[in-house]
Design a protein around this ligand. Sequence first.
Ligand code: TMP
Length: 259
Amino acid sequence: MARRRQIYEGKAKILYEGPEPGTLIQYFKDDATAFNAQKKGTINGKGVLNNRISEHVFTLLGNIGVPTHFIRRLNMREQLIRQVEIVPIEVVVRNVAAGSISKRLGIEEGQQLPRTIIEYYYKDDALGDPMVSDEHILCFGWAGQDELHEMADMAIRVNDFLSGMFAAINIRLVDFKLEFGRIWDNDFSRIILADEISPDGCRLWDMTTNEKLDKDRFRRDLGGEVEAYQEVARRLGLLPEGADSAVLDLETHRKKREK
Ligand code: TMP
């Protein structure tokens, strides 16, 4: 069988040519990076979990009318997606202070923000994905005014929906990152949600214990990464019954580390 053509390899995913024009296959790796790939590692089984979690979230978002690149999951690590022209902007939505905003502005982690904040980062590894404003985005033509509005509107809809979805399973959606892409129809383009939504690009805290259930476990060397991702999948109802025993209780994990 001929090897399929690889279109792009990123830090956590690979894109292959899809079966029809305008489609791609998105493959989820176990590779994890942090701090602009200065820290590298693997989280065994992460790709499988993120594929499943992202499928679930994109399907639900599609059901409430948010256009996404997701078509269907193909297997454990792959999904069929629409090919898009990626907008070179990472859209970060914050409900609670954590990570870079806490560091930059000296706001204590865990403090509820008086209002939801949207931030933009220019996707450029060599520059370390610098934060930019809408002025920069318009000035350098990374997105147009209408596109910027569409992305911000969708980000707020996604935030409202996901905040509720996670609250229902006792998880606080602290912040998350979205990416968008353009699809072209002759001379017209429209913006759809692309990339993935998974614990790699979200901060998810248990509402009762504040236990981190996301990639901060890797970034901050807390251990228990797979267990955390599994716990998110389990609460979303994505792991088969009986898989609970495979989930190492994070509290037990923490106590073992402290000994
Ligand atoms: P930050 O606090 O490091 O700016 O991250 C905010 C959110 O965005 C957090 O949930 C992690 C996510 N994120 C990514 O998915 N990719 C990135 O490259 C960065 C910097 C953040």
